[in-house]
Design a protein around this ligand. Structure first.
Ligand SMILES: Cc1cc2nc3c(=O)[nH]c(=O)nc-3n(C[C@H](O)[C@H](O)[C@H](O)COP(=O)(O)OP(=O)(O)OC[C@H]3O[C@@H](n4cnc5c(N)ncnc54)[C@H](O)[C@@H]3O)c2cc1C
Length: 220
């Protein structure tokens, strides 16, 4: 579970159970899970250690004109994201699966194509760019976030607004929730949200929410 988009991250042991409750889940958390957490909080003496993380970064290797043929970079060496969204392990798995597939497509008796690295980074960009854009612009909502060069925290309003619409719809519709989960785990690209059936569900959730007066259409 990541705390980036739901609930309030706990900062003290006594905040752990209230934080889970604040996650706004559509189904109640099973009692056994809460009992287990409660036991761990009481008996396990959890410790919170503030950590200063490196600045988020995206090395845009796909923009480079030339590479040594056998040069590859994966995982955090290409993109360092804010860990509160819990995307780092998905990102490294995507890199590995892509590299594995591309290597298997090579002829065993021939050396790597001179375009191997270029194609790898191009495909990696297609799969991971959404993570960067989405998490960066979500971060801009926090007063502690320092924007990228040439941007202000006002950038990305549309992305934040669209993200919010999709999350609202996912709470109501299991198909939207599945697509959102697949995108979060990089099993699908963001374009999956543009499928007519899913788009209609997102719009419908917004309309019904608007008529019940619970929504906020303002761009934040
Ligand atoms: C506090 C925190 C919480 C996180 N929480 C989550 C989470 O909940 N979910 C999630 O998916 N992701 C999370 N992440 C992100 C995730 O841990 C990383 O994205 C992921 O580990 C990246 O994997 P990697 O293999 O690219 O790099 P790493 O896991 O950093 O692996 C690189 C390895 O290379 C080694 N190394 C470095 N230099 C050299 C060298 N010169 N020679 C030999 N070895 C070297 C390092 O020691 C390290 O073992 C979190 C990150 C942090 C910091």
């Amino acid at each position: 579970m990541s705390w980036g988009l739901v609930g309030t991250p706990p900062k003290q042991p006594q905040n752990i159970l209230p934080s889970i409750a604040s996650a706004g889940l559509t189904k109640p958390v099973p009692a056994w899970f809460l009992e287990t957490i409660s036991l761990l909080v009481d008996e396990g003496s959890p410790v919170f250690t503030p950590t200063r993380l490196a600045t988020c970064s995206w090395v845009q290797y796909h923009e480079a004109a030339m590479f040594p043929t056998n040069f590859i970079a994966i995982g955090d060496s290409t993109m360092g994201l804010n860990p509160i969204y819990g995307q780092g392990c998905s990102k490294i798995m995507v890199s590995l699966l892509l590299l594995d597939r591309m290597l298997r497509e090579q002829q065993y008796d021939q050396s790597l194509s001179p375009l191997f690295a270029k194609q790898f980074f191009h495909e990696l960009k297609t799969r991971t760019r959404g993570m960067w854009v989405s998490s960066k612009y979500e971060d801009y909502q926090r007063s502690t976030a320092g924007p990228s060069t040439g941007e202000t925290r006002q950038n990305g309003k549309l992305v934040r607004w669209a993200n919010r619409l999709v999350r609202q719809a996912a709470r109501k519709d299991v198909k939207v929730a599945r697509v959102l989960s697949s995108i979060g785990h990089v099993f699908a690209l963001e374009s999956a949200l543009m499928r007519p059936g899913i788009l209609l569900k997102i719009l419908w959730a917004q309309i019904t929410q608007s008529t019940s007066g619970k929504t906020e259409l303002r761009l934040l």
